[in-house]
Write a protein that binds this ligand. Structure first.
Ligand code: SF4
Ligand code: SF4
Length: 102
């Protein structure tokens, strides 16, 4: 899509979804059901009635619930985090030359 002034940026459209597995964190047995995570989730993905229930289609994987849980009870699936790490490593393997558009 041309920008004002006819500038065309080298982007890949349509954008492709690189990672389709969910990184939605789940609560473990340390969860007390206090509801802080449900209250603070920016995507309203955590059930207020039962904070152990997460709507994976709503979760944006921001990890806020992980960082604010007072009992360290929330974690994403370790295997999926490992897979995501491999994909990021592959994507960032080669140095990319920065381009400046004025
Ligand atoms: S903040 Fe932690 S302890 Fe409280 S409901 Fe959420 S996961 Fe459970
Ligand atoms: S990772 Fe972010 S969006 Fe997903 S459940 Fe936690 S706070 Fe909500």
């Amino acid at each position: 899509m041309p920008l004002p002034g006819g500038l065309v940026l080298p982007v890949n459209r349509p954008y492709k979804k690189e990672f389709s597995m969910s990184l939605a964190p789940v609560a473990n047995s340390a969860c007390t059901g206090c509801g802080i995570c449900a209250e603070k989730c920016p995507a309203q993905a955590i059930s207020h009635a039962d904070p152990r229930v997460v709507d994976k289609s709503q979760c944006i994987s921001c990890m806020r619930c992980v960082s604010i849980c007072p009992h360290a009870a929330r974690h994403p699936n370790r295997f999926i985090v490992w897979i995501a790490g491999l994909m990021i490593k592959k994507a960032c393997r080669n140095r990319k030359t920065p381009e400046l558009f004025l």
